[in-house]
Design a protein around this ligand. Structure first.
Ligand SMILES: [Zn+2]
Length: 417
């Protein structure tokens, strides 16, 4: 799959998206060549084409809703997410969502007529998602993958929030969501040291943590072990293996300092979610009217996007999504048994119901280690005792493995009796 990713396709998609002049959420919806409506229809048609090429394997839909007046929505406005679903063959109820936002803005988020090319923010993420759909639709996975592009990000994460709310209301089993936002690898940073990596932001303490969960966390540690942090580790591990020359730099934060993105509405509703973003943002080429001022050029135009860089980020997404969708679900209700004090560590969990399940691994690390460093296969059981290894001295987790060796993300235990 990784060899099939094409920087040229990504370039073509970004060029097309930029050609609509603006994709501001408040811009024209019925003009075929300018505005967000033209972008919406083009993405929909691309996804349909991809589906036709795989015998109708994607169900492609426009998820439209009326957004009431809000901070950056001066009057009720129709917003449309374009959603392409590749249904899993083993366990289709289990869903992974990968997203980019196709809306754009210039200096003012409510200026619907200025040119807002949004080549990096976020035609790059949108083009990556379209390319992921093209490549991955030729394969079959156990779990379902949703390739989504949303509107209204710049208006307050509105498209993503609508989707996440529907998912919560309908109890969709979304196991993880990735947002790709500003992954263009600005060419002004071509010589920077961390050029060969992408940042993956993950929160440590869950956005929807309850007071009781917070008390438990204070008593056990775990501020560095949310499901989203485990997902970031899973992505890093994937990149280390499949993409040795272009890596993942984990950032232990929900998002950039005081800033936000489309993964947040998912986190707030209890879903696991992370954000992919290039390491060096260039604010002269983000959220700016296209202009030259004092001999300096401003604007999010296409010459600042590095298509090869976008392709590298696309590959890490594909490798991670494929590993997730081939592997069993992560174990649920993982417990650290605390019935009595002792220097052994006992873990228990619910059996993962997958026909090709082989068993489980216990993983552990020193409490100061960023990633899981050790693993032990424990067979197809639902509890295990690590002898002479104190839960005071290590963090432990459990993951599921199938017969082909595919491993789920790690689940972190809660204390149980
Ligand atoms: Zn953005």
């Amino acid at each position: 799959m990784l060899k099939e990713v094409s920087a040229k396709n990504i370039e073509n998609s970004i060029r097309k998206l930029v050609s609509f002049g603006t994709r501001n959420t408040l811009s024209e919806q019925n003009n075929p060549i300018r505005g967000i409506g033209a972008a919406r229809d083009w993405i929909f048609a691309e996804m349909q084409k991809i589906s036709n090429d795989c015998g109708g394997c994607l169900s492609v839909e426009k998820q439209s809703f009326e957004q009431p007046k809000a901070n950056r929505i001066p009057q009720p406005t129709i917003l449309t997410n374009v959603v392409a679903t590749l249904k899993g063959v083993g366990n289709p109820e289990r869903i992974y969502v990968v997203s980019g936002h196709y809306d754009s803005m210039c200096s003012s988020p409510t200026d619907a007529v200025c040119d807002a090319p949004g080549a990096n923010d976020d035609a790059s993420g949108t083009a990556a998602v379209v390319e992921m759909a093209r490549v991955m639709s030729k394969y079959k996975f156990d779990a379902t993958i949703i390739f989504m592009t949303v509107a209204g990000e710049e208006q307050g994460l509105l498209g993503a929030a609508y989707f996440a709310e529907q998912a919560k209301k309908n109890n969709w089993n979304i196991e993880a969501m990735f947002t790709n936002d500003i992954i263009g690898g600005v060419t002004t940073a071509k010589n920077s040291a961390d050029r060969n990596s992408v940042r993956v932001f993950s929160e440590g303490v869950p956005s929807n943590e309850t007071e009781q969960e917070a008390n438990t966390r204070r008593g056990t540690g775990g501020e560095n072990d949310s499901a989203s942090r485990q997902m970031a580790r899973f992505i890093k591990e994937t990149a280390d293996f499949y993409s040795p020359k272009f890596g993942v730099k984990m950032v232990y934060r929900r998002d950039r300092y005081l800033r936000g993105g489309d993964h947040i509405p998912f986190l707030e509703r209890g879903f696991t979610a992370v954000r992919f973003t290039e390491p060096n943002e260039d604010y002269d080429h983000q959220h700016q009217n296209v202009r030259t001022e004092n001999n300096k050029f401003f604007g999010d135009t296409i010459e600042f996007v590095d298509f090869g860089y976008v392709a590298n980020v696309t590959k890490i997404n594909i490798a991670s999504l494929a590993r997730l969708a081939f592997a069993p679900a992560r174990p649920k209700n993982v417990g650290m048994v605390t019935t009595r004090l002792g220097n052994d560590t006992e873990l228990k969990w619910d059996a993962v119901a997958e026909s090709d399940l082989a068993g489980y691994e216990i993983v552990w690390r020193d409490t100061t280690s960023a990633v899981w460093t050790s693993a032990q296969t424990v067979g197809n059981v639902t509890n295990f005792v690590m002898k002479n290894m104190s839960k005071d001295n290590y963090f432990f987790g459990v993951r599921a493995i199938d017969k082909a060796g595919n491993k789920s993300p790690v689940s972190f235990p809660r204390p149980v009796r």
